[in-house]
Write a protein that binds this ligand. Structure first.
Ligand SMILES: Cc1cc2nc3c(=O)[nH]c(=O)nc-3n(C[C@H](O)[C@H](O)[C@H](O)COP(=O)(O)OP(=O)(O)OC[C@H]3O[C@@H](n4cnc5c(N)ncnc54)[C@H](O)[C@@H]3O)c2cc1C
Length: 406
């Protein structure tokens, strides 16, 4: 039986939930968007994703979000691989090689918090989105014809909302995934990653806006974000047994930065935090009328900037299919195609590449390191190889491959 209401209930106003809600509402599908954070604390989220690949920019553009983000971000056509041990630039990759593949031959360095801030403003202004802030989703039930989501409202009262489908964009701790008892297959790295945000212009030392730095002892990533104040984010690995509070003491942070770049003067540290890195993919992305998207379906290391990007790609893929199902232009079997396409991308692209990226940066064997660096150099210098590399690293290849999946 077809549901009487074509409403989609989206849990979580992160980048994935907001993009999905906007893409659906702009195609006249009514949405209820439930978010635990409220007006008072929505902007107090820890720093996370921020590199937006070309294909993701095309999707933001489709819903009118790109024009709001571009002025708040940094257009970065080039990214670097560095050898920290040898203090040398290994390779510079220029997205100009993708000029015939995308309208946006660059990444936009624009942090997740700015993306959700702008997208939330758009969601608030859209009459088709019933936005419930300060509302914590607690569980759901489904029948053959619809779903009911339970949540606590801002006053702490239990409430329910009914719809045709529920999409979990709640992040890695998805209640929907747990209630459906869907296994989150994969592993968690034993070491935490230390993130330090610094107000210092690393470009004066030759770095690009986005840098992957290999080192047998202490690999790192270095990314530039637009201020004020302009900030750079440096990621460092930590040892599994290290004391967490000792790692983030101001002297320890300064010492680590001075080892990385000895300036002899204290760095202006804006913020720091530690995070755990998981490499996991849900065994299923759909069970009846409940669907997983973004971090609730897959999580990965941030090396390569693929988590949020691939989550946003889930959102747009799913929106197009839900619209067709709700307009009765397609059978709900197309939602299984969503799972086949996006699970394939999560396993074969996002997981495979991020695991490989970490190995590449942390490689200890000098002969393998030399070989890796030679290959990167050769690839960056040959326009054909560079384009193929960039199609993969920017996830365009993953989208093209998914299109071939029936
Ligand atoms: C340090 C770091 C750097 C990263 N860098 C990058 C990068 O450069 N590029 C990239 O692509 N990815 C990156 N990632 C990954 C990226 O942040 C995530 O993949 C992305 O945020 C996932 O988006 P999401 O919308 O699925 O989930 P989330 O961003 O986790 O959003 C989930 C939302 O759901 C809400 N919520 C949760 N539970 C409930 C509930 N019970 N009821 C109501 N609401 C709820 C939360 O408050 C939140 O607003 C990085 C991650 C980290 C940790």
């Amino acid at each position: 039986m077809r549901p009487s209401s074509g409403r989609v209930i989206v849990i979580g106003a992160g980048p994935v939930g907001l993009c999905l809600a906007l893409a659906l509402a702009q195609q006249d599908v009514p949405v209820t968007l439930i978010e635990a954070l409220g007006e008072d604390n929505f902007l107090e989220q820890v720093p996370r994703a921020g590199t937006n690949h070309p294909a993701t920019l095309e999707m933001y553009d489709r819903i009118g979000l790109y024009e709001k983000l571009e002025p708040r971000g940094i257009i970065a056509p080039v990214f670097h691989y560095w050898d920290r041990a040898g203090n040398a630039l290994i390779a510079a990759f220029d997205h100009v090689h993708l000029k015939d593949d995308t309208k946006f031959p660059y990444v936009l360095q624009c942090e997740r918090i700015k993306i959700v801030e702008e997208a939330l403003k758009m969601a608030k202004a859209h009459p088709g989105i019933d936005l419930r802030l300060s509302s914590t989703f607690t569980g759901f039930s489904q029948t053959a014809s619809g779903v009911t989501a339970q949540f606590t409202d801002p006053a702490g009262e239990a409430e329910t909302v009914a719809g045709a489908y529920i999409v979990s964009a709640e992040g890695a701790r998805s209640i929907v995934r747990k209630e459906l008892d869907i296994e989150f297959e994969g592993f968690t790295y034993s070491d935490l990653v230390l993130n330090i945000e610094v107000a210092y212009d690393f470009r004066r030392h030759g770095y690009a806006e986005r840098n992957y730095i290999s080192d047998p002892k202490e690999w790192s990533n270095l990314f530039h974000w637009k201020g004020p104040p302009d900030r750079w984010r440096v990621h460092f690995p930590t040892a599994p047994a290290e004391d967490e509070s000792a790692l983030t003491r101001p002297q320890a942070l300064q010492a680590r930065l001075q080892r990385f770049l000895p300036t002899g003067r204290d760095f202006d540290i804006v913020a720091s935090n530690l995070y755990t890195v998981h490499q996991r993919v849900a065994k299923k992305f759909r069970a009846g009328r409940a669907i997983l998207a973004g971090d609730s379906a897959h999580v990965n290391s941030p090396i390569g900037a693929m988590g949020m990007n691939s989550g946003v790609h889930d959102a747009f893929n799913l929106a197009d299919k839900l619209v067709k199902v709700l307009r009765r232009e397609a059978d709900d079997g197309v939602l299984d195609r969503y799972e086949r396409q996006r699970r394939h991308v999560a396993v074969q692209h996002t997981q495979a590449q991020t695991i490989r990226n970490k190995r590449l940066l942390a490689e200890k064997d000098p002969a393998v390191r030399r070989q890796n660096h030679d290959e990167l150099r050769r690839t960056a210098e040959d326009p054909k190889l560079a384009r193929a590399f960039l199609l993969r690293s920017s996830l365009i290849e993953s989208l093209r491959e998914a299109e071939q999946i029936a």
